[in-house]
Design a protein around this ligand. Structure first.
Ligand code: SF4
Length: 283
């Protein structure tokens, strides 16, 4: 059967070979209690995070390059994934945090049909998905946490090979933004939290992404503006990506978010841009 699960629609027969996302079935590069997710998702710093191998985007600057290119990762079944969810929950996970799930979402849904822990499930994605696929996994998801990476098609084509990124992501995020926001104290237990990574030299594009988010997100939705960009990955042909962002660039984007009226804006300290924050892969 030809896979058309995600917007790439590469048509690979995944029973026989990997698609453009790099994998046939489920692979996991690491799962653990991750301490660095936004405080509204894990106030105690115990996010039950599962890093899936492969990705349907090809970001040259990927901060998890070996995993997104499926160079790391162990093949598992949905039943084994359900056991991973159980192990994380038993270890004290405050949520289940699915990292890069779009290209394997039906298999994740199979795992949840076997076991769904009573903690919020976070769908932590690149924002490049088909709404029909999201509708299938939506019954198991509590908080959508997509990226919005670019507004410009030119930038998206240059850095991800997907020139239609914004066209697709705007549909994806508009769908996700419909989920009602629900807080339990300071904890977000339903709704959406969008992340945006500021790239060097791209603050004007960052501001356009914020304009769009301001249009579609429900009042009170938190956003997260990341300054952790660290030159990594396959950026030799992109010299402009060979530096961290400056204080001024980051402030320009964060100040703009506040000027638009966003109330809950998660920010990062300067020292977050360091390879030491990239997880060590297990498999
Ligand atoms: S999920 Fe993977 S195999 Fe399926 S269409 Fe997308 S890139 Fe191709």
């Amino acid at each position: 059967m030809q896979c058309r699960l995600c917007p790439v629609k590469c048509g690979a027969d995944r029973a026989k070979r990997a698609g453009a996302c790099g994998v046939r079935g489920l692979t996991v590069a690491k799962y653990y209690l991750h301490p660095f997710e936004e405080p509204c998702l894990s106030p105690s710093g115990k996010s039950g995070t599962v890093f899936f191998g492969g990705c349907n985007l090809r970001c040259v600057f990927c901060q998890n390059y070996e995993v997104s290119r499926a160079e790391r990762g162990k093949a598992i079944t949905p039943a084994e994934l359900a056991e991973i969810f159980r192990e994380l929950k038993d270890a004290g996970a405050e949520n289940i945090d699915l990292v890069t799930p779009d290209h394997v979402s039906p298999l994740i849904a199979e795992a949840f049909a076997l076991y769904k822990p009573r903690v919020p499930v976070i769908y932590n994605s690149g924002g490049y998905a088909e709404v029909a696929a999201l509708e299938e996994i939506a019954p198991f998801v509590d908080v959508w946490m997509p990226d919005l990476k670019f507004f410009s098609g030119e930038l998206a084509a240059r850095y991800t090979g997907r020139g239609d990124y914004f066209e697709v992501a705007s549909r994806t995020l508009s769908y996700m933004a419909k989920k009602p926001l629900l807080w339990d104290g300071e904890r977000l237990v339903s709704g959406i939290l969008v992340r945006h990574l500021v790239l060097p030299g791209c603050t004007s594009d960052s501001r356009r992404t914020l304009d769009f988010l301001h249009e579609i997100l429900p009042a009170g939705a938190p956003i997260s503006i990341l300054r952790q960009y660290t030159p990594m990955g396959d950026i030799a042909k992109f010299p402009e990506l060979g530096r961290r962002i400056t204080d001024r660039e980051y402030a320009r984007v964060v100040d703009y978010a506040y000027a638009l009226g966003f109330e809950t804006v998660y920010t990062q300290k300067k020292d977050s841009a360091d390879e030491k924050f990239v997880p060590k892969w297990e498999f």
